[in-house]
Design a protein around this ligand. Structure first.
Ligand code: ZN
Length: 433
């Protein structure tokens, strides 16, 4: 007798996870947001039935991609200022615009980011920005998987005046989403140079109290290291270590300016790293020593960073740049192999976000599934799915995105977003900002 399931998804090819063997003519049975079974269509069709069978034909099913670092609402600042150093870019262009940000604008900008990410195969993201209560509400409504935290720093900003208010907002988010299986809160101090030791200690204690992760920009540039040495007499990694912030519940974003001894320490402490190669390249921050980090066993995820410094939220592009960049810099074509890079964008990324049931397609995991259209010329012929995902595909090849068993995007249409309305709202904001 066959088992009733909510949805069946079928395609000509399926890669369950980075490094796994591909399956051909394969299907996934889904019940209530979870993968019930996965295997050859001939078996799955016999063992399961549903009224909702989605046959994608010539398509490659992959685990949904995980964006371990972004500032979603910064889509509103896309293309605003390019070709500048980080500090000048921030102080002359981004911060003045951010000073005028409203809760409504943050929500609209975040929605635009969700549309871009969902259409590009990103099923899960980590967001550090302002007015995160609105971003969380929007993420919950749209159906994307998210880890969110109010960006915490000492300077007054449009979301809060005193840091105590910022901490209260961060804590409110943690409490409100404590029992949500898709949208969760985390603690996100912005960076060493925008916070104090006392603030970082408060963040550390709040994260411990709520059993959640800390995310912080760290060791992004040599300039940051120099500032840290001047102010605190230590390099960024030593400074964070002395404050008790280097634990398996900390994700350091960037880690460009780190020594081999510091890499060893990060590995020892089980710290995770979010690698944002395109943002680092665009701001000429340097190149993070990712091959050494992978070698030492540090969990490394991929991130897009905000759209203002990228300028797109496209993990296919990020995977491609990551795979190529470290080969070029290290003069070694065998590093950042396609399998490793796909793992960074899926399973390892999910692990960085504290998620063990997403990032690979297997029984019992969340049904976060994407499909690439294999009839597109840049994906023909289908030789190696991993190679295609990292070296040949782009976000425009995504034709199907399912999160938690729910189809959010199919053949150019969003099922949970009014995209034409969103475009009008973005246009109105553009005129007023
Ligand atoms: Zn960032």
């Amino acid at each position: 007798m066959s088992t009733l399931c909510t949805t069946l998804v079928t395609a000509s090819c399926l890669l369950p996870s980075a490094g796994a063997s591909p399956m051909y003519e394969a299907s996934i049975a889904i019940a209530d947001g979870t993968i019930l079974d996965i295997g050859p269509s001939s078996r799955i069709m016999q063992e399961y039935h549903t009224e909702n069978h989605i046959d994608l034909g010539q398509a490659l099913l992959l685990p949904g991609l995980v964006n371990t670092h972004t500032h979603a609402a910064m889509t509103l600042f896309r293309g605003l200022a390019d070709d500048l150093p980080l500090m000048q870019w921030l102080s002359e262009h981004i911060w003045p615009k951010e000073a005028k940000l409203t809760a409504h604008a943050a929500e609209v900008g975040a929605m635009l980011a969700f549309a871009e990410m969902i259409a590009g195969g990103i099923t899960q993201f980590c967001d550090m920005y302002l007015f995160e209560e609105r971003v969380a509400r929007a993420a919950d409504t749209v159906g994307i998987r998210a880890v969110l935290g109010e960006g915490l720093f000492l300077a007054p900003n449009p979301s809060y005046t005193a840091i105590e208010e910022g901490l209260a907002k961060a804590e409110a988010l943690l409490s409100q989403y404590a029992n949500n299986d898709r949208v969760t809160g985390a603690v996100m101090p912005h960076a060493i140079y925008t916070t104090s030791p006392e603030l970082l200690e408060s963040c550390r204690d709040m994260a411990a109290q709520y059993h959640t992760n800390i995310y912080i920009h760290a060791a992004e540039t040599a300039q940051e290291t120099a500032m840290c040495l001047e102010t605190h007499g230590k390099r960024p990694i030593a400074y964070l270590n002395d404050l008790g912030l280097l634990t398996p519940h900390t994700v350091l974003v960037h880690c460009v300016d780190v020594t081999s001894e510091e890499i060893e320490l990060l590995a020892e402490r089980g710290v995770c790293v979010s690698h944002n190669p395109k943002s680092n390249l665009k701001l000429a921050s340097g190149v993070a020593p990712i091959p050494a980090m992978l070698e030492s066993g540090i969990p490394v995820g991929l991130g897009t960073d905000g759209a203002a410094s990228n300028n797109k939220l496209d993990l296919f592009s990020e995977m491609n740049v990551c795979a190529l960049l470290h080969k070029g810099v290290g003069a070694d074509p065998t590093v950042t192999r396609a399998t490793q890079v796909l793992d960074m964008a899926t399973r390892a990324g999910a692990a960085c976000l504290g998620q063990s049931t997403s990032g690979c397609l297997e029984k019992g995991n969340a049904a976060d599934i994407i499909a690439l259209d294999l009839s597109q010329p840049n994906l023909v012929p289908m030789t190696n799915p991993t190679s295609h995902a990292v070296y040949a595909a782009d976000a425009g090849n995504v034709r199907f995105t399912m999160i938690n068993g729910k189809v959010l995007y199919f053949d150019g249409s969003f099922t949970t977003m009014d995209y034409p309305l969103l475009l009008r709202e973005v246009e109105e904001l553009q005129a007023s900002m």
